[in-house]
Design a protein around this ligand. Structure first.
Ligand code: XMP
Length: 511
């Protein structure tokens, strides 16, 4: 792999994604991993990420010279650039010339790293310290107002570095520059493709599972669907999926899983209809945390029973989990050393119900999951499905959840989603929660009569990862169509409002 050394900011994951976009496999490793450990992974190249420290600060993470001596291609970015310069005998100083944000970069002379990109280009900078003298053997290939040495390269030793952030979208030619490093300096080939990922995972799953039986909880979402499809490709009928219908799904969701998904993939899907059980457990409950707890508890109960019945019937030993790479990195397991955890108790399942985990998406980012989902033949509507919270519509009805309110919300939600899709804007928004204010009423007028109905809140948001979000600027005519249709077609609703709060301070969901 290409190892991306994480110097402690949010950049490392983004760099790893960009490397994979160039079709080269990459993994994030912590900066305290020893050089020997890194080299034992036989890295195709090493990328040193940006980070918040100053290379001269006490305890600032450093780069071990051993990685340069091993002949591995290295690319330093921002902090990684400075750490590299310092380790190789260059000079890094506090010049008093900081640069933050969009900055003009001026190239000088030929450069393999910059290739045919323009002489003057816009890059994203974020630094206080600067490299003032490049180490021996390096050619300085660019500068900016605040950094006399803004880029250098030594193509003989296959080393390069830049003061700016090539991984962010604000750097005009960032992806080209990264690709030049990977292909032209490190000499790597773009071979990490959907087919190669599928082949590799299928082989891994077969090796792990052998001829044993596997269980999977299908949510209807992208991750569990793609994970199941991969496992099915690997071991076919040894896989059985359980789909819990908790009665808090949106219009058409159960049908989509049962008909579209099962018929396309041929996977044995057992639906458990537990809506009565969930609704009676939720009766009279208005507190959001209480609702979540109840839904979580009932889900475990239902899944446990289904798992027990199936285990008895089929002697199941493995459970599929749709864990993604960002979760692995964030829980500190990104070093690639700890692979498959054995005998894990998943999501509160009882002690006597133990499964080994199959996690075929553990090394993948969301966009890769989507790509291989399409390659596996899953429909676009499924692969591009927006995230949907586990507690479902239960946390999109403010106040008590009951059948009538669920019907009202489902109808409004279906209209909003249909209009968004018809406008071709589905992929422009991250999520589009539609919320029913069940405990609020407002006065309206319809026909000649006064109405006293419930408001609906539209909450379209754009986001990269749901950690932060902004409200989507949907076109007024689309919002207007949604509003008109909802108030005309959904009897209980006489008012449609738009949530224009970013996250933070608002969360994406209302509860
Ligand atoms: P918030 O509302 O915290 O949501 O901004 C962030 C993302 O998480 C989803 N979400 C959940 N997903 N179980 C889930 O599986 C939950 O209890 C839950 N609560 C929120 C939300 O839809 C958004 O994508």
């Amino acid at each position: 792999p290409v190892l991306v050394v994480d110097f402690g900011a949010q950049y490392a994951q983004l760099i790893a994604r960009r490397v994979r976009e160039a079709k080269v496999y990459s993994e994030v490793v912590p900066s305290d991993m020893s050089a020997a450990h890194m080299l034992s992974r036989e890295p195709a190249a090493i990328i040193l990420s940006g980070g918040p420290a100053s290379v001269y600060a006490q305890g600032a993470p450093q780069v071990d010279k051993a990685i340069f001596e091993a002949g591995v291609p290295v690319f330093g970015m921002c902090y990684g650039f400075q750490a590299m310069a310092k380790a190789l005998g260059g000079t890094v100083e506090q010049t008093g010339l900081s640069e933050f944000g969009g900055t003009q970069l001026d190239r000088s002379g030929p450069s393999v790293l910059f290739g045919q990109t323009p002489q003057a280009q816009s890059v994203w900078m974020s630094h206080n310290d600067s490299v003032t003298v490049a180490p021996d053997g390096f050619t300085v290939t660019a500068s900016s107002a605040g950094a006399t040495v803004a880029a250098f390269e030594d193509t003989t030793r296959r080393l390069a570095g830049v003061q700016f952030h090539p991984e962010v979208g604000h750097t005009d030619f960032g992806q080209e520059i990264l690709s030049h490093f990977l292909y032209d300096i490190a000499g790597l080939a773009p071979s990490w493709t959907a087919d190669s990922i599928i082949d590799e995972q299928v082989a891994k799953i077969r090796q792990q599972v052998g001829d044993k039986k596997v269980l999977c909880a299908l949510s209807g979402g992208v991750d569990s669907s793609v994970a199941a499809a991969l496992v099915h490709k690997a071991v076919g009928d040894q896989l059985t999926c359980v789909f819990v219908d908790h009665g808090l799904l949106r219009a058409g969701e159960r049908e989509q899983v049962e008909k579209d998904y099962a018929s396309i993939t041929g996977i044995d899907v057992r639906t458990v209809d537990a809506s009565e059980q969930f609704l009676s457990a939720l009766a009279g409950v208005t507190d959001p945390e209480q609702k979540r707890k109840i839904i979580g508890r009932e889900f475990i109960r239902t899944f446990e029973k289904a798992a027990r019945d199936l285990s008895a019937e089929k002697d199941i030993e493995f459970l599929v989990q749709g864990t993604l790479y960002p979760d692995v990195v964030e829980s500190g397991g990104g070093t690639g050393t700890a692979n498959i955890k054995s005998h894990h108790n998943v999501g509160g399942l009882p002690e006597d119900l133990k499964f080994d985990l199959v996690e075929p998406l553990r090394t993948l980012f969301k966009d890769e999951v989507r790509t291989i989902g399409l390659q596996l033949g899953l429909p676009e509507s499924l692969v591009w499905r927006h995230p949907f919270p586990g507690p479902g519509l239960g946390i999109r009805i403010i106040g008590e959840v009951n059948r009538e309110r669920l019907e009202t919300l489902r109808a409004a939600d279906a209209i909003a989603r249909a209009e968004l899709t018809a406008a071709g804007l589905e992929r422009d928004v991250w999520q589009f929660p539609v919320v029913l204010l069940g405990d609020v009423r407002s006065v309206g007028v319809q026909g000649d009569g006064r109405t006293y109905g419930h408001p609906i809140v539209l909450r379209p948001v754009s986001s990269e990862d749901a950690m932060t979000a902004d409200w989507s600027r949907l076109p007024y005519d689309l919002l207007s169509r949604i509003s008109t249709r909802i108030t005309n077609e959904v009897r209980e609703v006489n008012r449609v409002t738009l949530d224009i709060t970013s996250k933070p301070p608002g969360t994406i969901e209302w509860e």
